[in-house]
Design a protein around this ligand. Structure first.
Ligand code: SF4
Length: 456
């Protein structure tokens, strides 16, 4: 498959990543703690499993490209203080949870979860396990920063109960690493990766990032070759989202050092060719996995789903998320915690749930969410089946969206048949664009509405 510059130019525009629909900027403070407490109470006997998320916001240093909610500090007392409040929040939600409910998924993200010292990793995991029932075969994953990591950290993750690791690599080139203030030589990454395999982690994901300063075809080819030789089970190659108006520290990145649109296009092509050539299956957007990986099988069986952690094989779960800025989700509700640590401490310490804002979704939101999910996960949508599930005439209900897709059909991103919408190979790069016509909120967006990162 060949990508063209004209397609990239045309479709490289601001758009959501659709880890939720409606997307987070549309949550409102009209939905707060009282409403969330009520929702938790009312949804305990619906037979839905749980997915637990824990946010650890601390990092040793700041990567200039960072888009996360994080605090750079070398003062470990801050993590100790945070854990105290985190435990309180976990206890409060657990006390409201039906003990018969089982967690199928547990994920720690950040920030840097391995900022925690090994004993605190064990302590936090054990605390969660003492409050929630975690399935024996649960998918338990942790994001790992190779810098400042010890073998004891890796051992603690394994002993605590994690079975998946996601390692932040981004790029192996020294000049690129310096330009983004994340210096981690290949020898370090190899060593850490070796520890993970030796400690028995059978699923290791690596995160790479494309669009960083000084990246060229030559440097990134070299990075990809060396990464492929290590053999991670999954790879996520994220596009760097340069949004300095939202993330002020990104101003530390010199814009003229960023690769041009042409280079970014060539890099996308390179990634696709290299990774599929090495036997990885392209799931869509940024994700690649080995053919035997359950994420590939889930896509084939149409059971793949998307949530705040990205693609997941666990569909009908309520997400209970803990920690500053984390987002919880039930079938009908999204709710986000306060982002500032002082607010998180005040509310949690005062016996409250630290909710900042949320949203109760409408029936219309739900059916649009389903359409977007089918596009992003199954890469196709059967109109008759969809219409039957939701009690609508698909073509009439989505007349606007179909009109929006027509041009993408002519550009070869989707195939539009009378009964079916199918994403083409080229369209897998443009999943965000293909989903956007189904987003009713974008249509209403005013000039001063939320600004999203570029889709490519
Ligand atoms: S380690 Fe991750 S969360 Fe921390 S600054 Fe770097 S990119 Fe951001």
């Amino acid at each position: 498959m060949q990508l063209s510059t004209s397609l990239l130019e045309k479709y490289s525009k601001a758009g959501p990543r659709y880890t939720s629909y409606p997307t987070a900027p549309y949550f409102t403070d009209a939905f707060g703690e009282k409403e969330w407490l009520e929702e938790i109470r009312q949804t305990q006997d619906k037979g839905r499993d749980l997915s637990l998320y824990v946010h650890i916001p601390f990092c040793d240093t700041l990567c200039y490209y960072c888009g996360c909610n994080m605090v750079a500090t070398k003062n470990y007392n801050r993590a100790t203080e945070y854990l105290g409040y985190l435990f309180q929040e976990i206890d409060r939600v657990a006390a409201l949870t039906n003990p018969a409910r089982v967690a199928r998924q547990l994920h720690w993200g950040g920030g840097t979860p391995t900022y925690l010292v090994p004993d605190d990793i064990r302590r936090l995991f054990a605390h969660i396990e003492s409050r929630f029932t975690i399935a024996a075969d649960a998918e338990t994953g942790c994001e790992v920063d190779p810098r400042e990591l010890s073998r004891d950290h890796v051992r603690a993750l394994k002993q605590a109960g994690f079975n998946r690791i996601s390692l932040g690599v981004q790029d192996l080139n020294d000049t690129v690493q310096r330009a983004v203030n994340r210096v981690q030589p290949e020898s370090l990454i190899r060593e850490v990766y070796g520890w993970m395999r030796e400690e028995g982690f059978h699923s290791v994901n690596m995160d790479l990032m494309v669009g960083l300063p000084h990246q060229t075809m030559e440097t990134f080819r070299d990075t990809l070759d060396r990464i492929i030789a290590m053999g991670p089970d999954r790879l996520a190659v994220f596009n760097y989202a340069h949004v300095p108006w939202m993330k002020k520290h990104q101003k530390l990145i010199v814009e003229s050092d960023l690769p041009s649109l042409q280079t970014r296009l060539a890099l996308q092509q390179l990634i696709l060719d290299k990774l599929t050539g090495a036997g990885y299956v392209y799931i869509g957007m940024d994700h690649f996995a080995k053919p035997e990986d359950e994420i590939v099988q889930a896509q084939q069986k149409k059971t793949l789903y998307r949530n705040f952690q990205g693609y997941t094989t666990h569909k009908n779960c309520d997400i209970y998320a803990f920690g500053a800025s984390s987002i919880s989700q039930t079938e009908d509700v999204f709710v986000q915690n306060v982002k500032k640590l002082s607010d998180y401490y005040n509310l949690t310490g005062g016996g409250r749930l630290p909710v900042e804002r949320g949203l109760r979704v409408t029936q219309e939101d739900k059916l649009r969410r389903d359409a977007i999910t089918r596009i992003m996960c199954d890469l196709e949508l059967n109109k008759a089946e969809f219409g039957q599930t939701w009690g609508i005439d698909f073509d009439r209900h989505f007349a606007d969206a179909l009109a929006g897709l027509a041009e993408m059909g002519s550009d070869g991103l989707v195939t539009l048949e009378p009964g079916k919408i199918t994403v083409t190979q080229a369209g897998r790069f443009f999943l965000r664009n293909i989903a956007m016509p189904f987003d009713a909120y974008l249509k209403q967006q005013s000039e001063d509405g939320p600004r999203f990162s570029r889709t490519l």
